[in-house]
Ligand binder design. Structure first.
Ligand SMILES: C[S@@+](CC[C@H](N)C(=O)[O-])C[C@H]1O[C@@H](n2cnc3c(N)ncnc32)[C@H](O)[C@@H]1O
Length: 237
């Protein structure tokens, strides 16, 4: 299958948005893993006085994880899908969160300007048509020394992790997704995009090539071990 991109991907997220929270809620680790990655940003003082960008916030699961890690941060949460963003914005937010509807490629035009102290991008980078361009832009939006956490499905490179990913997608994720309003396309895209995108070492290299330093790759536990990672990096000082 051809991977979904740009407008087609946004349309797929729009269609899936009404069932998205229910679907990810069926994965008991989904929110826990996001909270782990958000904590790994190690934002000081509960985020007091810090500006944080949640890029590709979807229905707000990553935003909630950021708020749990840094309840006092000022969060700008951005997404290209109006449907996903509408669901996020309709929730009650205990902290300082502003939602902005824009693709990651057009942040400046949408009035999203730096400097940010940190950026969190959960399940986004693999979906970008030109990830290098967006990553370079993010480096420019961060203050010197600002932190980036990319929470992403990126396979270790070991054959067993590739097999586990395909088995879980075929037996659980795609069948469950196909029952939702958008059908199975988005979940087939999820499966193939992980197989076709960077392995974890390749994604770390991509971040280094985009000018981030130092890049640390931290695995996440459970069945996603070797499949889901946090990539931690900083903008140069
Ligand atoms: C798998 S969801 C993850 C949402 C959220 N970060 C989470 O952890 O639950 C990916 C989100 O990225 C958004 N997205 C994909 N490509 C994008 C782009 N180019 N610019 C902004 N958002 C994008 C989608 O609309 C979708 O809401």
């Amino acid at each position: 299958m051809t991977l979904l991109q740009d407008g087609a991907l946004t349309a797929a997220f729009d269609s899936a948005s009404t069932a998205y929270d229910r679907l990810v809620g069926a994965n008991p680790g989904y929110h826990r893993q996001l909270r782990r990655s958000a904590r790994r940003l190690a934002l000081p003082d509960g985020g007091e006085g810090l500006r944080v960008l949640d890029l590709g916030c979807g229905t707000g699961a990553s935003t909630a994880a950021l708020l749990a890690a840094a309840p006092h941060a000022e969060i700008t949460a951005v997404d290209a899908s109006a449907g996903m963003l509408e669901r996020a914005a309709a929730k009650e937010w205990p902290g300082n969160v502003a939602f902005v509807h824009t693709p990651a490629e057009e942040l400046e035009q949408a009035g999203v300007s730096g400097p940010f102290d940190a950026v969190f991008a959960a399940y986004l980078v693999r979906n970008l048509t030109d990830p290098d361009k967006v990553l370079n832009g993010l480096r420019g939006l961060l203050r010197p020394g600002g932190r980036l956490a990319v929470h992403e499905y990126a396979l270790s490179g070991a054959a067993r992790h590739r097999l586990v990913w395909t088995a879980v997608c075929r037996s659980v994720i795609i069948p469950a997704g196909s029952l939702g309003p958008g059908g199975a396309d988005l979940y087939r895209h999820l499966w193939r995009s992980v197989l076709e995108f960077d392995t974890a070492p390749e994604l770390a290299e991509r971040l280094t090539a985009a000018g981030f330093e130092p890049v640390r790759t931290a695995p996440l536990p459970g069945w996603e071990y070797g499949i889901l990672h946090t990539f931690l990096a900083r903008a140069p000082r």
